[in-house]
Design a protein around this ligand. Structure first.
Ligand SMILES: *Cc1c(COP(=O)(O)O)cnc(C)c1O
Length: 433
């Protein structure tokens, strides 16, 4: 035992290894030292050859200095909130990285003076939604709702259907979010049916606006009825429509999902939405609509507390101006192409001795919208025992467990990640490495 101990290298000696020193420059000394300590622990226990300490420490390092790990989303849920919602396009990632240093986010370089923050982004949004007189950006959609309620409805009433009192996830509820601003909710109708008359009877001098909330994470069927924006717009008070998912125009694959252009054309005074759901961008909130109402939101002191950071502004502009997003590609992927990919991946894996088959599946949009929509898809089916090692591998792969099967649904895997997916499965299979 004493002999073994004597052979354990000193931490400083391992840190002095040129490869380890380079990792310190890239990731910082704290993280690297933790990995070195862990590797030396293995040497001390006699589980690792002292000569491999540096190499093992390097293999234990996280890919970046942040502990958030990259994940391949093979769940078949296109917008997966727990996996960070929309994956950004390459164009958006580049724009984000370029803005990460000092950038002209509120500076006019030609004139050499301060400018309005994020002007080019709001211009891109206004171009994308020609029916919006004005646009404003917030930190996320919840912030957009809080800002609208605070600026327009403090000590006044927001009229809302009982069928639209939505919990958005993690215990957060839109009605509570609105009430915490000092606005009063005037609930109308019932869970399953609300009529125009219900709204009309509730409207009075205290009404600030009628709020329509898209039930983006559940669907009601059967004896149901709700009132469209077009009819609500006849009531003579502003209509705020929280469309949730952030589609800017109607989407051919999701005909029932509301979009900003249609909502504004139907008469909504303001539309609010998330940027990181079906729009496929970074976390942000979009407010589009009437010049006068947007100006009240923009001028409210709370607007400063809810503003978007430069990284999100850069990524959002690139999402709006750039090529099709990964979310869009996932929504529109051809099922026959997905099957061909699944067959090819399963073949490759079988060639390496892994029990893998291609199978038809159904993918979903997820909490990001279109709750009822089913997207025909294809998956690689694996033994369920691989689920845990795949999740803890690098990159992590999260699939969908379905009884005694593990499915890797390819609709949500970007084709350029197919090779990484195969490598991850090989690494997860005991005895293949
Ligand atoms: C997702 C969602 C929200 C919350 O949006 P965040 O951008 O996550 O704050 C609010 N309303 C609806 C209808 C939603 O779908």
């Amino acid at each position: 035992m004493d002999d073994d101990r004597r052979r354990v290298p000193r931490t400083d000696a391992v840190l002095a290894d040129p490869r380890v020193a380079a990792a310190c420059d890239r990731l910082g000394r704290t993280l690297v030292k933790e990995a070195v300590t862990a590797a030396l622990g293995l040497v001390r226990q006699g589980r690792l050859d002292a000569g491999l300490a540096a190499e093992t420490a390097l293999s234990m390092l996280p890919p970046t200095a942040a502990r958030l790990l990259p994940v391949i989303n093979a769940t078949g849920v296109v917008v997966h909130t727990n996996l960070g919602r929309a994956p950004l396009s390459a164009a958006a990632r580049e724009a984000l990285a370029a803005a990460a240093g000092c950038t002209d986010v509120e500076f006019d370089l030609a004139a050499g003076r301060r400018s309005r923050r994020g002007e080019s982004v709001t211009a891109a949004l206004a171009e994308a939604v020609a029916d919006a007189e004005a646009v404003h950006l917030t930190n996320n959609n919840a912030a957009a709702l809080v800002l609208a309620a605070t600026a327009l409805a403090q000590d006044r009433e927001i009229v809302i259907s009982r069928g639209e009192l939505v919990e958005i996830g993690d215990g957060f509820r839109i009605p509570e979010l609105l009430e915490c601003t000092g606005a009063r909710l005037r609930e109308v109708g019932t869970t399953n049916r609300t009529h125009l008359d219900d709204y009309a009877a509730a409207i009075g001098p205290a009404t600030a606006f009628v709020l329509k909330v898209h039930p983006s994470n559940f669907a009601t069927t059967g004896f149901v009825s709700s009132v469209g924006v077009g009819e609500l717009a006849t009531l003579g008070v502003p209509v705020v429509h929280d469309i949730g998912s952030g589609l800017l125009r109607p989407h051919p694959v999701l005909p029932d999902e509301p979009d900003a252009t249609s909502a504004l054309r139907a008469g909504a005074s303001l539309v609010t939405a998330s940027a990181d759901k079906l729009l496929g961008g970074p976390q942000a909130g979009l407010v589009l609509g009437s010049e006068a109402l947007v100006a009240r939101l923009r001028r409210h002191p709370l607007a400063r507390a809810l503003r978007v950071d430069k990284l999100a502004l850069a990524a959002l502009e690139a999402t709006l101006r750039g090529p099709a997003t990964p979310v869009e590609q996932a929504l529109t992927a051809d099922p026959a192409r997905l099957h061909a990919r699944a067959e090819s991946l399963a073949n490759t894996l079988r060639g390496k001795g892994i029990d893998a088959t291609a199978t038809a599946t159904e993918a979903r949009v997820g909490g990001g919208g279109a709750p009822g929509a089913v997207l025909p898809s294809a998956a690689v089916r694996l033994a369920p025992e691989l689920a845990a090692p795949l999740r803890t591998g690098r990159p992590a792969v999260v699939g969908r467990q379905h009884g005694r099967k593990l499915l890797l649904d390819l609709r949500t895997v970007q084709p350029q990640d197919d090779d990484a997916l195969v490598a991850a499965v090989l690494a997860a299979q005991p005895g293949t490495h």
